[in-house]
Design a protein around this ligand. Structure first.
Ligand SMILES: [Zn+2]
Ligand SMILES: [Zn+2]
Ligand SMILES: [Zn+2]
Length: 180
């Protein structure tokens, strides 16, 4: 039996020390697990290196936040569509832009446009600061059914209309967002 020699640093996340999966991102400090990477790419603030307020996924030697320029080697995270600096969920496109695109499809009232009464809901949902959870949510088939039923006017946009949809937990969430 042969064993492949693997260095310790190849097996653990440089930040949280948990084991990383094959294909994990590699930053100058070492491999980064998916959850540390997600967290880093949702961290904004003033960079301790250059003083600019922007995405700060890097960690400076003193523990402060570093932007991609000061950290170096992390990659470029500007969205090609909206210009925002954020984690990207499609090639070159940030999560909020991907989310907007999905919602435009789901909330289409049949005329190629979002049902006008649902535009505030669309604006609220597509601009959440951390789109990852929302992307997972709109990817669920039962959520898509609820949104399409509302968009296409299969049920009225009222408490009674919503009451005819299921599952109730998702419907309640949609209702809370609609009431914003
Ligand atoms: Zn980690
Ligand atoms: Zn900087
Ligand atoms: Zn974008």
């Amino acid at each position: 039996m042969s064993r492949t020699r693997v260095r310790d640093e190849d097996l653990f996340c440089a930040r949280c020390r948990r084991p990383v999966r094959i294909g994990a991102a590699h930053w100058p400090e070492g491999y980064i697990c998916a959850s540390c990477r997600d967290h880093a790419l949702e961290t904004y603030g003033r960079c301790v290196g250059c003083g600019i307020d922007r995405l700060t996924p890097g960690i400076a030697p003193d523990g402060g936040q570093w932007c991609t320029n000061c950290a170096g080697g992390l990659g470029d995270f500007f969205c090609e569509r909206c210009g925002r600096e954020a984690a990207r969920y499609q090639r070159g496109v940030c999560g909020n832009c991907v989310l907007a695109e999905r919602l435009e499809d789901l909330l289409d009232d049949g005329t190629g446009r979002i049902r006008p009464e649902l535009v505030p809901f669309y604006d609220e949902v597509r601009s959440v600061p951390r789109p990852k959870g929302m992307l997972t949510w709109v990817g669920k088939p039962h959520v898509q059914q609820i949104l399409q039923a509302l968009a296409q006017g299969q049920v009225p946009l009222s408490h009674d209309g919503l009451g005819t949809l299921s599952p109730w937990r998702s419907v309640a969430y949609v209702r809370d967002l609609l009431m914003h």
